[in-house]
Design a protein around this ligand. Structure first.
Ligand code: AMP
Length: 282
């Protein structure tokens, strides 16, 4: 497995592989790799001949410095995990390589970033769009794989790649969960045992929405109330939002249709968790 820290050597390797006729897939991550990330690597392997994993904790997308400072960075374990998963190359640039003195160009997403996470995390999606553009530029892939765990991010990146004519196929992978339903996340290790025990209320709330939808409930307000009341009944959870939205526009809907999703953000102690589920309201 090759490890690159500079964009030029990374790009040369990728373009070299592509010139041999190999299809190159990339999985952008912030490291602290878990089974969710590895599901993305598996999908990239299925869809391409060479797989690159990028590992970079992007300061630009953290709107709280404490969150950035506490973000786990077990780079040695991550490299072992990549090797075991059959990754061909890791791109792990430093912050000074990514943002050297004089850096001043950003990618500003549009309306999609003004909803849900957007107002709660000012500058977050601008940071994400900028870093993903740079990572795609450095890895020059045919395909990039992202998780549906960060649903809004995936929708924004699809739009950005189309809007900027980047010509890269974007692939979404379903959420990987722990046995008790909690969506896997690098931040889960930061939960206290009591908060970890309480956190599956998010996936239970989503399951309750899906069950109501299956029983024929189509009112977005009713679906919203089901999730909200379950989470508010958990004393360790501080709910930030439940939104029932159209998966293309991310705008709130009145009625659940095919392509409607429930998106949730909540705090457990100092840790902010997100989760979501697409409902099949046909
Ligand atoms: P992160 O390292 O948290 O920035 O995540 C890197 C990529 O892994 C993103 O595309 C995430 O959506 C994806 N990801 C993180 N957790 C999960 C999960 N539990 N299931 C599926 N994808 C995930």
């Amino acid at each position: 497995m090759q490890v690159f820290v500079a964009p030029d050597t990374m790009r040369m390797w990728s373009l070299g592989e592509r010139s041999k006729g190999h299809r190159v897939g990339v999985v952008p991550t912030m490291g602290a790799l878990h089974e969710g990330h590895l599901a993305l690597v598996d999908e990239a392997r299925r869809r391409s001949d060479r797989v690159i994993v990028t590992i970079f904790v992007n300061p630009l997308q953290f709107n709280q410095s404490a969150d950035f400072a506490s973000y786990p960075q077990p780079i040695d374990d991550d490299l072992v995990a990549c090797e075991r998963a059959g990754v061909d190359a890791v791109y792990a640039p430093t912050a000074s390589v990514m943002y050297p003195p004089g850096f001043q160009t950003h990618v500003e997403p549009g309306d999609l970033a003004s909803r849900l996470e957007g107002p709660k995390r000012p500058g977050h999606f601008r940071g994400v769009a900028t870093v993903v553009t740079k990572l795609l530029g450095a890895t020059a892939p045919d395909l990039a794989v992202f998780g549906q765990k960060d649903f809004q991010q995936l929708v924004i990146i699809r739009r950005m790649v189309a809007d900027l004519d980047l010509g890269i196929e974007i692939c979404g992978v379903p959420i990987v969960r722990d046995a008790d339903g909690l969506a896997k996340s690098s931040r889960n290790v930061l939960l206290t045992p009591a908060d970890r025990a309480a956190a599956p209320v998010l996936s239970r709330a989503l399951a309750a929405c899906a069950a109501a939808c299956q029983r024929g409930e189509r009112s977005a307000d009713s679906i919203n109330r089901i999730a909200t009341s379950l989470i508010e009944a958990e004393p360790r959870a501080t709910l930030e939002y439940v939104d029932v939205v159209d998966t293309t526009t991310l705008r709130a809907v009145d009625r659940v249709e095919p392509g409607t999703a429930v998106l949730i953000a909540a705090w457990f102690g100092g840790v902010r968790l997100i989760d979501n589920l697409v409902l099949d309201g046909d």
